[in-house]
Design a protein around this ligand. Structure first.
Ligand SMILES: Cc1cc2nc3c(=O)[nH]c(=O)nc-3n(C[C@H](O)[C@H](O)[C@H](O)COP(=O)(O)OP(=O)(O)OC[C@H]3O[C@@H](n4cnc5c(N)ncnc54)[C@H](O)[C@@H]3O)c2cc1C
Length: 349
């Protein structure tokens, strides 16, 4: 049994920042994630994309944000159960919860925080035969490391931002990039659409619209596709086929925990502290909903900060916490480290 103060389900940016905010309040965290690595959407979907709206960072790659969040929380020694999905929750007589994963690992904590984002990642797959033969053998639903495609032939399918952005990015990496979309119009950002047109004119992207991939070919590995363009079939040789049709958000087992759910998200009280309808269980980040909710990283950070204050009161009933600036109080890590500004600087504040 893994015991901790705050059990966080989901090691995306919101869950990772919770470790730091909880640490300031001397609360220890343990995180469970179904993915084998922390970072949530940032590391699974777009690690090499720059984010422009993290306060204080004019530009930061999603993968670097994850690294920084891990570094910021490291001193508070979080525990991780990775590659396991939280399946069940049981309330104990002492008010604590036991959360068990699909692999049977048990975790106990007085406070459970669901930071499950979109839920377990389920890419929308094309309706083609034999997908399972080719998955991870030339058929990919996410791009994790663009270097895999260096000097290879790549076919991307889709009409949204991911399909456009990755086609643009891979135009300088792959030996051949083909973008196939079933309509002539794209749903993505206008400047990305314009960039794709420029790269097409420069001969760096092969754009095929309106068209659809209808068959996959290859001996245990993708070697070619059948493409149907306006009723005509033709064969396209390629090393990789990457359909980027988005993720279908699935809350998964959490949906059966007795929480109030609205449009696939967990309802919380945003006027207070992001508690769900079950006292002791909170939901923060993309997974929750309330009036005017925005699914942005910085909103998840704010929600984590307020939630930790409520968790402190549950874990330390009757004890008062006085908010202190880190510039003044410094930081005492659970690993014995101490960070503080030089005394003269503190005294001058
Ligand atoms: C292409 C793209 C670009 C984006 N650009 C920006 C941007 O520029 N700025 C911005 O602010 N936001 C952006 N976002 C949105 C941003 O990534 C999300 O708001 C953010 O990731 C939410 O963080 P989170 O920690 O709440 O959830 P997530 O990042 O979704 O992480 C949730 C984690 O919970 C895990 N999980 C779920 N259910 C379980 C379970 N039952 N058991 C175990 N683990 C579970 C998942 O595996 C996942 O790792 C972008 C998103 C995408 C897809």
């Amino acid at each position: 049994m893994i015991k901790t103060d705050i059990l966080i389900i989901g090691a995306g940016p919101t869950g990772l920042f919770t470790v730091f905010e909880a640490g300031l309040l001397k609360l220890k965290c343990h995180l469970i994630d179904a993915l084998p690595q922390p970072g949530g959407q940032c590391s699974e979907i777009y690690p090499k994309k720059p984010i422009y709206d993290i306060p204080g960072f004019p530009e930061i790659l999603a993968g670097d944000l994850t690294k920084n969040l891990l570094e910021q929380g490291k001193q508070f020694e979080p525990g991780f159960t990775l590659g396991e999905r939280a399946e069940t929750i049981e309330k104990q007589e002492d008010g604590s919860f036991i959360v068990t994963t699909n692999k049977g690992t048990k975790h106990q904590a007085p406070v459970v925080v669901i930071a499950g984002g979109l839920g377990s990642f389920e890419p929308r797959k094309p309706g083609l035969d034999n997908l399972e033969i080719y998955e991870d053998n030339g058929l990919e639903y996410f791009i994790k490391d663009p270097e895999v495609y260096r000097d290879k032939r790549v076919v991307i399918s889709g009409g949204g931002d991911s399909a456009l952005d990755w086609s643009i990015f891979l135009a300088d990496v792959a030996s051949e990039v083909t973008l196939i979309h079933r309509r002539n119009e794209f749903r993505g950002a206008l400047d990305s659409v314009e960039k794709v047109s420029e790269l097409k004119a420069a001969g760096k992207i092969n754009l095929i619209t309106p068209a659809e991939v209808t068959e996959l070919h290859g001996d245990g590995k993708i070697e070619a596709l059948t493409v149907n363009k306006e009723g005509e079939d033709f064969r396209l040789e390629t090393d990789y086929f990457i359909p980027l049709f988005g993720l279908s958000p699935k809350l998964g087992p959490i949906a059966d925990w007795g929480l109030e759910i609205e449009k696939n998200a967990i309802k919380v009280d945003n006027s207070l502290n992001y508690q769900t309808n079950i006292p002791g269980i909170f939901a923060i980040g993309d997974v929750n909903t309330y009036p005017e909710k925005l699914k942005l990283i910085l909103c998840g950070f704010h929600e984590a900060t307020l939630m930790c204050q409520a968790a402190y009161r549950i874990i330390n009933p009757g004890k008062r916490y006085v908010l202190k600036y880190t510039t003044v109080s410094g930081i005492d890590g659970f690993d014995g480290s101490r960070k503080e500004a030089p005394k003269a600087v503190v005294q001058s504040i």
